[in-house]
Design a protein around this ligand. Structure first.
Ligand code: ADP
Ligand code: MG
Length: 779
């Protein structure tokens, strides 16, 4: 959903809520107001009714008084007409008299033994009726007959007794008649004229407020019923549903004094009546009668000197509800129209607000698609304007950085391709493994050297380490993990087909950005060919040396041979064997044998065979081989060696080749003779054997120093320029070190260090041939 729709929805919803609240509130208040209004109206109506009831009461009292007066007049006149003795009066006479006097009937009361009864009457139904039940009136009658003073408070006493007109029913209990009793003390009966029901009804009709009630209801049709309720007798146990009560029939006693009682619900009405009288306030409530909702009002009416009563007005509630619903409908329709306007307006407003957002969104989408070559046009100064400004800046930066990124990516790719091609084109086999030894990648040269395809080994452990090298590799691995590199380690590895290959391996740890070692890179080179070349060089150098030595050897052999010849001639001449001479001859023969043996060993190509050998003996052998040649050049060897053994794990002949070469170089550097000092020392702590060979020759110029050891570098006419190179290679293959120090015209010192063997065997003094051989050359 877009912001625009959301915004307009939010606005419309809030307006809708407000409208609904407003309708609910006004519904409630309208209903309340209408109710209040109609209540007030009811009270007003009730007051009017009360006034008219009061007026009616007055007029009714007045009429009653008039009737009473009429009855009195009729009594006085009847007394004039009638005989004082009741026995002379007939009922017929009374009928005529009542017609004449304008009353309904005239009855005469006579005293019997135990009662006072009607004995003559114009109404035959009255005759014989007892008056005993008339309580205080009966008492008065008795007193009148017995000529006593009337003691009851009712009635007039002076001159003649007159009861005054009062409502009472005798022969027919439902009829209420108006009665009067007259006695003048001159006759034996009491005159009793009365108006019967019909006439009374007439006046009651005139005096009842029913007329007014009908009028009010005509004017106000929503008033269903108006009832005058007598709080004293209302809801007595004998009262019927319609409000009639047999016990209270007299007008003033009736529970319902006027009006009808058809919408009543006695219990709740009684409560309301009691409350209204007690509080003096209007009581109103909504009730349900005859399946109809009605509003009932109970208004208490208090008039001075008269019993209070309650006017109940029952209203049809339909009017209020219909007014309320009318109001509701009109309210709702106005609200609907308003809501439509608001929805439309808010949609327009939201559109106005969100238009810039939408244009920003469009541009941002373009940016997301990778277009940076535009700017948002900003006119506004509000937050949206600021946003657009920031987005412009962002687009600018994004464009900048993206092009930088692209450029860097291109550079990276070029570098990567370059590296890739270097790695693949290089003749050295490269393989990268993780720390466990699983192959991450290998290059083409690796595939060619070891015969594995890259997909065969990548992700797997390499099988190029032969079992005999496993221990050494484990040692190296430990070093690598500690961060050390291993360079040019010459070893033998294994191809896929199991054949061995001599390789020189350099291995280094690869670190990630955090500096953690994550992989190992190994560069290995096949050195089989190189080794073969070196072997050839070594042999050619050796043969040259052998050739050069040949002269010395010949000389060496000729001397003893001359000695032998001399002795043999002497034997021949003397013809007898001199034992002393034989010993000398044998000794000379042994010497020849030794030299020739040495020479043959040197010249003959031999299988490489490392053994533990004492350097003292090797040096001794070399010195004895070169000794005679040294003598030829006027050079002497001075050997200083400690008495300790100096055992080295070595290929004896190769070491001899080194020493011969170094000593020969020294001799060649001293054309006019001199001494060559040879020092041998075992450094037990460093576990190394140190050999120092110092001559007193011409020395080596500074600029030549870096070139020493290069193949074929020589400044001698018959030199090969291989000697130092071969020597260096041999020492390296013994894991040793060779160093040359020189001072021009003063001499040269060659220092060779070799790792000492673990086991050093100490020999007795006498077995040290070097020292024995040159005892006088020590100093
Ligand atoms: P060659 O002896 O055949 O010349 P080498 O490799 O043994 O080859 O020596 C190379 C060169 O180094 C020699 O030609 C010489 O110039 C120089 N050199 C070697 N040893 C000495 C030395 N002890 N004193 C002076 N120069 C030396
Ligand atoms: Mg040499």
């Amino acid at each position: 959903m877009s912001i625009k729709t959301k915004l307009s929805m939010i606005m419309s919803c809030s307006v809708l809520v407000i409208l609904i609240l407003n309708i609910a509130l006004s519904y409630y208040t309208t209903e309340e107001n209408l109710r209040q209004d109609s209540e007030n109206k009811m009270v007003l109506t009730a007051k009017q009714i009360a006034i008219s009831v009061e007026q009616n009461q007055y007029s009714s009292d007045y009429v009653k008084r008039q009737i009473g007066n009429n009855l009195w007049l009729a009594s006085v006149m009847a007394a004039n007409e009638l005989d004082p003795d009741i026995r002379k009066i007939t009922n017929e006479e009374l009928v005529q008299l009542s017609h004449k006097l304008g009353v309904s009937h005239i009855s005469l009361l006579e005293q019997t033994d135990d009662d006072i009864i009607v004995s003559r009457s114009s109404d035959p139904r009255e005759i014989g009726l007892s008056t005993k039940s008339m309580s205080y009136w009966y008492q008065a009658f008795k007193q009148l007959f017995e000529k006593q003073q009337v003691t009851i408070p009712q009635g007039q006493k002076q001159d003649h007794f007159w009861s005054d007109g009062f409502e009472y029913s005798t022969s027919s209990p439902t009829d209420i008649d108006i009665w009067g009793y007259y006695h003048d003390g001159k006759r034996n009966y009491i005159i009793n004229p009365f108006y019967n029901n019909n006439e009374v009804d007439d006046y009651v009709k005139i005096s009842s407020p029913d007329e007014i009630l009908t009028k009010i209801r005509e004017v106000n049709p929503s008033i269903l019923e108006i009832t005058g309720i007598n709080p004293l007798t209302f809801a007595s146990p004998d009262m019927g549903e319609d409000g009639r009560d047999e016990n209270y029939r007299k007008l003033n006693d009736r529970p319902i004094r006027f009006g009808t009682y058809q919408y009543g619900s006695v219990d709740e009405d009684h409560r309301a009546v009691v409350r209204a009288v007690r509080t003096g306030q209007n009581v109103s409530f909504v009730s349900e009668t005859h399946d109809q909702k009605v509003l009932k009002n109970f208004i208490p009416i208090f008039t001075p000197n008269k019993p209070s009563y309650v006017i109940s007005i029952v209203m049809d509630y339909k009017q209020i509800s219909s007014m309320v619903s009318e109001q509701l409908v009109s309210h709702a329709s106005i609200s609907l129209v308003l809501l439509e306007i608001v929805i439309f307006g808010s949609y327009l407003l939201a559109g106005y607000i969100t238009r810039p957002i939408q244009s920003i969104l469009g541009k941002v989408n373009d940016v997301a698609d990778g277009h940076f070559d535009f700017r948002l046009k900003v006119k506004r100064k509000d937050e949206l304007g600021q946003l657009a400004n920031r987005i412009n800046a962002m687009i600018r930066n994004l464009g900048h950085y993206t092009s930088r990124l692209k450029q860097m990516y291109e550079e990276n790719r070029a570098v990567k391709e370059h590296l890739e091609s270097i790695i693949n084109q290089t003749a050295d086999a490269i393989h990268i493994t993780d720390l466990e030894g699983k192959v991450l990648r290998v290059n083409r040269a690796f595939e060619q050297l070891y015969g594995f395809r890259s997909r065969e080994v990548e992700g797997r452990m390499l099988k190029i380490i032969p079992p005999e090298a496993a221990e050494e590799m484990a040692r190296q691995h430990a070093q690598l993990i500690e961060g050390l590199s291993i360079t040019s380690n010459e070893t033998v590895w294994m191809k896929k087909d199991g054949t061995r290959v001599e390789v020189s391996v350099s291995t280094a740890p690869v670190r990630d950005e955090a500096g953690e070692i994550t992989a190992l890179i190994s560069v290995s080179r096949d050195i089989t060919n190189r080794n073969r070349m070196e072997e050839l060089l070594r042999r050619s150098e050796k043969l040259t040396t052998v050739g050069q030595l040949a002269a010395g050897v010949a000389h060496e052999i000729r001397n003893p041979l001359t000695t032998l010849r001399g002795f043999l001639q002497l034997q021949q001449q003397s013809n007898k064997l001199n034992h002393r001479h034989l010993d000398l001859m044998l000794s000379e023969l042994d010497r020849i044998n030794l030299i020739v043996g040495e020479f043959l060993i040197l010249a003959k190509p031999q299988a490489v065979h490392f053994q533990d050998r004492d350097v003292r003996f090797i040096l001794g052998d070399v010195i004895s081989l070169l000794d005679s040649q040294a003598h030829l050049h006027g050079v002497e060897f001075v050997l200083r060696a400690s008495s300790d053994s100096a055992m080295v794990h070595c290929e004896e002949n190769q070491l001899k080749q080194v020493f011969i070469n170094v000593l020969k170089n020294g001799m060649e550097a001293m054309p006019n003779g001199g001494s060559i000092y040879i020092k041998l020392k075992l450094d037990e702590q460093a576990k190394r054997v140190r050999i120092e060979i110092r001559d007193e020759g011409i020395g080596i110029p500074e600029e030549m120093m870096p070139k020493l050891g290069e193949p074929f570098f020589t400044n001698k006419e018959s030199g090969t320029g291989l000697g130092l190179m071969v020597s260096q290679r041999i020492i390296e293959s013994h894991k040793g070190m060779m160093d040359i120090k020189s001072a021009l015209n003063r001499g040269t010192t060659v220092i060779i260090e070799l790792p000492a063997s673990e086991q050093q065997t100490s020999l007795p003094e006498a077995d040290q041939p070097a020292e024995e051989q040159q005892p006088d050359e020590e100093n």
